[in-house]
Design a protein around this ligand. Structure first.
Ligand SMILES: Cc1cc2nc3c(=O)[nH]c(=O)nc-3n(C[C@H](O)[C@H](O)[C@H](O)COP(=O)(O)OP(=O)(O)OC[C@H]3O[C@@H](n4cnc5c(N)ncnc54)[C@H](O)[C@@H]3O)c2cc1C
Length: 598
């Protein structure tokens, strides 16, 4: 079975030494008293919950899966899931970063982010049950009426009720404008909702007393397409005026999907049979509320892959030190053994370091993004709020797509370190590969993320937000440009930053004449942008490590950080050159292919 040690030291490094989060947090009234010790103590406890409670259920949950009783529509989660969820609620984990006005603990989002990384490492499928609730909570918190907030947010904060997001229908996935589910207004101000949703994560289960579905549907007079979609709260059980549970609503699970990974998370076909719902926000403006949820979920999905990358790396590293096969090319290393441990082989190290560099770069990016989210909502200065929101919007598709693609590369590499044993279930490595695969698909496929990044977030505002990130890179280059020791980290990002400007203008110009040029370049473009972002954070991490070493700190952690930074810039970052080259080959080789694809 896989093992897991919460990466608390690295989380502390990112939060306190690289990003200095407490200074930023203390500038916000709600976190004025926040200090590093509190953050560290919470995460230490959170790590225990992940490693001791959730990890042991990961393999058994995968084998057992969820069961649907077709006569009652009830779904049973695997053995131990319910007890773990009870512990999660009793430990107050559900309320960690929620608003104190609804019973939350009001801790910073970056703490919740790190806690979720650990839960994802331990058991992604289990973690999706409470994870979906956070997105639904955020949508209601931003767009719900006072009455809706009072009715639902207390119990969602405590974790007694969970949430879902119901968008997808059999004929409508990426293109939500094709949606057919209907919402008919009733005399009492509610809506009667009828339709079929599919692929709804955590759509039915036995962990919580109630499930609060956030459902997209169309009003009878709705305009066609995405501009005619409204958002509704549809609880599994109606809620009485005193907050107690009332009648069973007409929303139920009609089937469970059998799938490649995350097998213990119930992926439900949801039937709405005249279910009672209340509208969130304005008619036909449902995507505004849903986008709050989707953006939260996109960061959450990136975090799922970060968790899997970390746990896969930890297990592959331990295995590579233990497994002996062949001798090192440079002579015997383990004289007392019949062969050397496989960690002596260059390519095994490459696989390990790939996962390590992607995990640690991803952690820095997600912690930075969680701080942007915090500032967007809680900073007293309006300018900071606005700029944080804009930068986060730019980084969100990168967090989702770059981290999940890197998770795919990393979990596969770590499985490969195990050779044939990685393919065998008992080590748990093949499960990490399978579980990660969905992260590249749901919450908008990674292709859709890349179109969002290039089409909307970059070309949509003539590169203005990209320039804001460019300013961060520029400031680091200016700060360290004459420091010879930093040159190996600064020069590549300085060069790529300049190339990105030209690269973006070129695609924008070609796209103006032929929109397929944007579609043809977008996936490569996102990966290049992802490396610029990772390069920036790796340079900052190297900067901190170099300073510590220069000051006489002998903690090998800093040497390891520098070595990983060097590996990242030498072996992973250079793929940007190939990606820019393939992006520049344009759309013709893709679109003039009717004979090839006949
Ligand atoms: C396990 C699981 C859990 C899920 N959980 C949820 C959930 O909780 N709630 C929910 O509402 N949905 C959920 N989904 C649905 C998921 O979000 C969709 O599957 C996803 O958005 C893609 O939609 P689709 O499957 O219909 O693919 P399609 O939209 O049919 O896309 C097929 C392919 O075409 C590509 N494509 C489509 N349009 C374009 C374009 N314009 N340019 C380039 N390429 C394009 C896509 O990238 C994809 O590769 C889940 C799915 C799964 C499998």
């Amino acid at each position: 079975m896989a093992t897991y040690t919460p990466p608390l030291r690295d989380m502390q490094f990112v939060m306190h030494e690289v990003l200095n989060v407490t200074a930023d947090l203390q500038a916000m009234p709600m976190h004025a008293d926040m200090d590093a010790d509190t953050i560290n103590a919470v995460l230490e406890e959170g790590g225990k919950f992940a490693a001791e409670v959730l990890l042991p259920l990961n393999i058994t949950g995968d084998a057992e899966g969820c069961q649907l009783d077709v006569s009652t529509h009830a779904v049973t989660t695997p053995s131990g899931y319910k007890e773990a969820y009870k512990q999660y609620i009793e430990g107050g984990w559900a309320a960690l970063a929620c608003d104190p006005a609804f019973g939350g603990q009001g801790l910073p989002m970056v703490v919740n982010q790190c806690f979720y990384e650990m839960m994802n490492s331990a058991n992604q499928a289990w973690t999706m049950y409470p994870g979906l609730t956070h997105g639904a909570y955020a949508a209601l918190h931003t767009h719900g009426t006072d009455e809706q907030k009072q009715t639902y947010l207390h119990k969602m904060t405590s974790g007694e009720w969970t949430g879902t997001m119901c968008l997808t229908e059999p004929h409508c996935g990426t293109d939500l404008g094709l949606m057919r589910t209907k919402a008919e207004p009733q005399a009492d101000g509610t809506y009667k909702i009828t339709g079929n949703k599919i692929f709804i994560s955590a759509g039915e289960h036995d962990l919580a007393d109630n499930i609060i579905h956030l459902v997209l549907a169309r009003l009878p007079d709705a305009p066609p397409g995405i501009k005619g979609v409204s958002l509704f709260i549809v609880p599994k059980f109606m809620v009485n005026a005193d907050g107690s549970l009332g009648a069973r609503n007409g929303i139920y699970c009609g089937g469970l999907e059998h799938k490649m990974g995350i097998k213990s998370n119930a992926t439900a076909q949801i039937v709405l049979d005249g279910a009672v719902g209340t509208m969130v926000g304005q008619p036909n403006k449902g995507m505004q509320g849903m986008f709050v949820m989707m953006n939260a979920a996109r960061l959450g999905v990136g975090n799922q892959s970060l968790g899997l990358t970390e746990v896969a790396f930890q297990n592959a590293l331990a295995y590579a030190k233990d497994r002996i096969q062949m001798r090192s090319l440079t002579g015997v290393k383990a004289k007392d053994k019949p062969a050397d441990p496989i960690i002596v082989h260059p390519d095994v190290r490459k696989m390990l370091l790939t996962a390590k560099a992607y995990a640690e770069g991803g952690r820095a990016l997600l912690c930075f993004s969680a701080m942007l989210l915090e500032k967007e909502h809680g900073h007293p200065d309006e300018k900071v709020r606005k700029e944080s929101g804009e930068l986060l919007a730019l980084l969100t598709p990168i967090c989702k797509a770059f981290l999940t693609d890197n998770g795919h590369i990393s979990t596969n590499a770590c499985m490969q370190v195990f050779g044939g044993h990685g393919f065998i279930k008992e080590w748990g490595m093949e499960q990490f590969v399978r579980d990660n695969r969905i992260n590249m698909i749901y919450e908008g496929t990674n292709t859709i993320q890349s179109l969002d990044l290039l089409g909307r977030k970059v070309l949509g505002n003539n590169g203005a937000t990209l320039k804001k990130f460019g300013k961060l890179v520029g400031a680091l280059v200016a700060e360290e440009g004459v420091n010879e020791k930093m040159a190996e980290f600064i020069t590549p990002i300085a060069i790529l930053g300049e190339q990105m400007t030209k690269f973006t203008t070129e695609i924008g110009f070609k796209g103006f004449q032929n929109p397929d040029e944007v579609g043809a370049a977008a996936v490569d473009y996102l990966r290049v942008a992802g490396h610029l972002v990772f390069g920036y954070f790796w340079a900052r991490m190297a900067q901190v490590a170099l300073k510590q070493i220069a000051a006489g700190n002998t903690d090998p952690f800093y040497v390891g950080k520098l070595q990983t930074a060097r590996f990242y810039f030498a072996k992973l970052f250079p793929e940007t050159a190939t990606l820019m080259r393939t992006a520049r080959t344009g759309s013709k080789v893709l679109m003039d292919t009717d004979a090839a694809l006949a």
